[in-house]
Ligand binder design. Structure first.
Ligand SMILES: [Zn+2]
Length: 461
């Protein structure tokens, strides 16, 4: 009896040992795959969150200037990534004073938003350094990892001192449709300065002696009573000063002219413009559009060409008139256009027509640089010379152009030959003078006395 029992006992542990791997639960061994699964799940969640969040928010603050004033219009463009914007806080701080400039929560989680703000006038900030702290958050799931936030501190100087102007004394006599120049000094660096005439801006140019020179015009269509030119100067921080220019505005009367448009002229000239108006079948209908629409487009293009100007005066002395030429149409002529007795258009002639022999050589009226040489709408073949400070001269209806854009020319140098291209009935030179894109009377520029009294004297120190 005992023996088998012992035997069994002896066998027992052996049997148990053999069975252990199959029946006993080892906690570590079972947890390992579970933990591995969890780790994969967490990794998958994080990857999902990364993908879903689509990154941190971003922002761009403009203007990118290191100075600002209470007039500075800031703009903060924010993007929230895929999770969308959550909120934005902008604070201004100076000498321990901290003020919220902008605080906004986004309930609708926009992908992007642009907020405009100014520094508060009533917060007691003083001229000097000021910090602008921007903090933008989005709805990122991983915000706890710092992925949902973007922030920066912009170090600015608050500048509250507007520029001061010292304008050369003297009254400017200015003719309707004519030009003038003003010289002045500004007390500090400026971002923009010049003369405003209504909505028109004539830029001023800084000269070596520290003064600004600004040529401006009294456009022909501005009544003398409402001609109120103002010097404007704006510093980098946006502080602005304006001051009236002392002017005596002189009214001018302009000639009325009647122009009959014969079929012969239309059949001859409109082929230059058929490509522009392919739907117009009758030459007179092409003419109407060229004379109004294309004229307007060319006038607008002069404003752009007017910006291509040297910052110094390239010319000197009176401008040259086409030699041995008779004056035909004048500046400011009020033209009524008739076709078969019917009034079809009204326009103003913005230059002087000069007739000489056919294909007469055309001299540069003064020294400068060619800024346009080619076909130019109503003007046909055309050359524009820049004389600096916004002053330009225009030569049109040319049969031949002898200069290329960019070339420097001397006063009197032959640049072209007269012709009848564009809207010209016969061979002549249409000569124009331009100030920052605005056409003015050329007659003034041919006159040495006018130049001395109205330009040289006003630019003297
Ligand atoms: Zn003309």
């Amino acid at each position: 009896m005992l023996e088998p029992m012992r035997k069994r006992k002896a066998l027992g542990p052996l049997n148990n040992r053999k069975l252990t791997p199959k029946t006993r639960v080892n906690p570590g061994a079972v947890l390992r795959p579970f933990l591995a699964l969890c780790a994969i799940a967490v990794a998958a969640l994080i990857i999902y969150a990364f993908v879903r969040d689509g990154g941190a928010p971003t922002f761009t603050l403009t203007p990118k200037s290191d100075t600002a004033s209470f007039a500075t219009s800031f703009s903060l463009k924010m993007t929230g990534g895929r999770s969308g914007l959550r909120d934005v806080v902008i604070t201004a701080s100076q000498d321990g004073k901290r003020v919220d400039v902008l605080r906004k929560d986004f309930a609708d989680k926009p992908a992007e938003h642009t907020a405009a703000f100014k520094l508060p006038r009533d917060a007691g900030f003083k001229q000097g350094p000021i910090d602008l702290t921007v903090e933008v958050r989005n709805n990122a799931l991983l915000s706890f990892l710092g992925r949902g936030k973007a922030s920066a501190v912009e170090k600015l100087t608050l500048d509250l001192t507007p520029p001061r102007l010292s304008v050369n004394p003297g009254v400017h006599n200015i003719n309707q449709g004519g030009g003038a120049v003003v010289a002045y000094a500004v007390s500090k660096d400026v971002a923009r300065t010049g003369v405003m005439v209504g909505e028109l801006f004539f830029p001023a140019f800084l000269q070596k002696d520290g003064r600004y020179f600004c040529f401006f015009a009294m456009p022909l269509d501005v009544p003398p009573a409402s001609f109120k030119p103002k010097i404007i100067a704006q510093d980098k921080a946006g502080n602005e000063i304006t001051q009236s220019v002392q002017v005596l505005a002189i009214a001018k009367s302009f000639k009325s002219d009647k122009l009959n448009i014969p079929d012969e002229f239309l059949n001859d000239k409109m082929s230059q413009y058929t490509d522009l108006y392919p739907n117009e079948k009758r030459p007179v209908d092409i003419y109407k559009r060229v004379n109004s629409e294309l004229r307007k487009k060319n006038v607008d293009e002069l404003l752009t060409i007017g910006k291509d100007t040297a910052p110094t005066q390239l010319w000197s002395g009176p401008f040259l008139r086409l030699p041995a030429a008779a004056g035909r149409a004048g500046f400011g002529d009020q033209r009524d256009y008739y076709y078969n007795g019917e009034l079809i258009d009204h326009q103003t002639h913005m230059g002087v027509d000069l007739a000489s022999i056919a294909c007469a050589p055309v001299p540069a009226a003064n020294t400068g640089r060619i800024v346009y040489a080619g076909f130019f709408g109503i003007y046909g073949n055309c050359v524009i010379i820049d004389h600096g400070l916004g002053v330009q001269s225009l030569y049109s209806h040319l049969s031949e152009i002898d200069v290329a854009k960019g070339a420097e020319v001397k006063k009197g140098q032959i640049i072209a030959k007269t012709g009848a291209t564009g809207l010209a009935g016969g061979d002549h030179l249409h000569f124009g003078m331009i100030i920052s894109g605005i056409q003015v009377s050329p007659v003034e520029w041919w006159d040495e006395h006018w130049i001395n009294d109205n330009i040289v004297k006003h630019l003297a120190k």
